[in-house]
Design a protein around this ligand. Structure first.
Ligand SMILES: Cc1ncc(COP(=O)(O)O)c(C=O)c1O
Length: 356
């Protein structure tokens, strides 16, 4: 069996155990936060216990309250709308661009009401809206809306002007759950350049404590803190991130060149110069038969997110053609950074066999 951690992670954890060691947040957490801030170019990074509460805290820190409306893409992981449902705000679902699977900006404008306070942009699989992020920022300014970037799937992806995804909104959010490009088991991070928002986020995740090491509370806060043990893993994972970004791009390029021109399967486009595909997302014909065919060859796949408004948890009316089409045809192909070239060629040869 492949070892769970490399030698480097083992030694970091051993070194941690040999230190005077806090279990909750301390030096290692600060170091991990600094590494993410440096990598993304943000002034502040605040880590929390997952990439769902990170969104909740971002919204609360920006003043979003129960009853406010927040525009959310209808194609996303359900955590995005749930994060604001948690405190009584209302997600308003908007369809996505067929090319990027990110918010369709014209539809965002059409969905703005008196109660709209915030837009949550999900950079689906590291991509950003094809019309350009500046158009969305201009729209948010026009209507005085906050912009939160749910960049859970986007560590290692950049906008064309070189800013890391997550840096264009007031706050950007990342997730370190198991299948992400780096993982701490569970974990999330918030980035911002705004000192006041950063302080607010730190207080919100630590019981509203005024500063560390005291029990003075001038605001309401919760406990969404990280741990030093996770930070040890995160620090070692961050060292691997640049190589993983390169490999993720190679994997996507290999799939793309092998499957190009094949009727029946289409990958979503990536500008590999900027974006690092987290997963290989595709639209396929005859999805269930392809899944069975690949399963027969011991190749796992996963259907992409269904349209959120049609999930039983929400069960809202509304026709969102792109997210509905993805719900029928979307398929994630094996995407692990550990895939070898031979394994990718084996997978693509079985897909080619199926469609030919
Ligand atoms: C777009 C998006 N937002 C939020 C989350 C939630 O992150 P976490 O699992 O760390 O809570 C995910 C997780 O996959 C995600 O893909």
């Amino acid at each position: 069996m492949r070892p769970l951690f490399g030698e480097e992670e083992k030694s970091a954890i051993c070194a941690y155990m040999d230190e005077d060691g806090f279990i909750t947040e301390y030096k290692k957490t600060n170091k991990f936060e600094r590494m993410i801030a440096d990598y993304t170019g943000a002034k502040h990074c605040i880590v929390v216990n997952n990439g769902t509460v990170s969104l909740t805290l971002a919204a609360i820190a920006l003043g979003i309250k129960a009853g406010d409306e927040v525009i959310v893409p209808n194609y996303t992981m359900v955590a995005t709308p749930n994060s604001i449902k948690m405190f009584g705000a209302k997600p308003v679902f908007v369809d996505v661009e067929a090319t990027s699977l990110c918010l369709e900006i014209n539809l965002v404008e059409a969905s703005i009401s008196e109660k709209t306070k915030d837009v949550m942009l999900v950079s689906a699989n590291g991509r950003y809206p094809e019309v350009g992020i500046d158009a969305l920022i201009a729209l948010c300014r026009k209507y005085d809306l906050k912009l939160i970037e749910d960049a859970a799937q986007s560590l290692g992806s950049y906008y064309p002007d070189g800013s890391h995804v997550g840096r264009k909104g007031e706050v950007g959010s990342f997730s370190f759950s198991a299948p992400k490009i780096i993982s701490t088991g569970q974990g999330g991070a918030l980035i911002t350049d705004d000192d006041k928002i950063a302080l607010n986020l730190r207080r919100l995740k630590d019981f509203g404590r005024d500063t560390g090491g005291n029990d003075v509370h001038s605001s309401i806060g919760f406990n969404f803190k990280f741990t030093e043990l996770q930070a040890c893993i995160g620090i070692e994972q961050m060292k691997k991130l640049p190589d993983r970004v390169v490999r993720k791009k190679e994997i996507w390029a290999k799939y793309q060149s092998e499957l190009k021109g094949l009727d029946g399967i289409k990958l979503f486009n990536h500008s590999l110069k900027n974006t690092s595909p987290w997963f290989i997302d595709s639209l396929v014909e005859d999805r269930s038969s392809l899944i069975s065919h690949l399963r027969d060859h011991k190749i796992g796949t996963r259907v992409m997110y269904p349209p959120v408004n049609k999930q039983e948890a929400y069960n809202l009316s509304g026709y969102h053609p792109v997210s509905e089409m993805v719900g029928k045809k979307g398929l994630w192909l094996p995407s692990s950074v550990q895939l070898s070239d031979d394994e990718i060629f084996f997978i693509t040869s079985k897909i080619i066999d199926f469609y030919r």
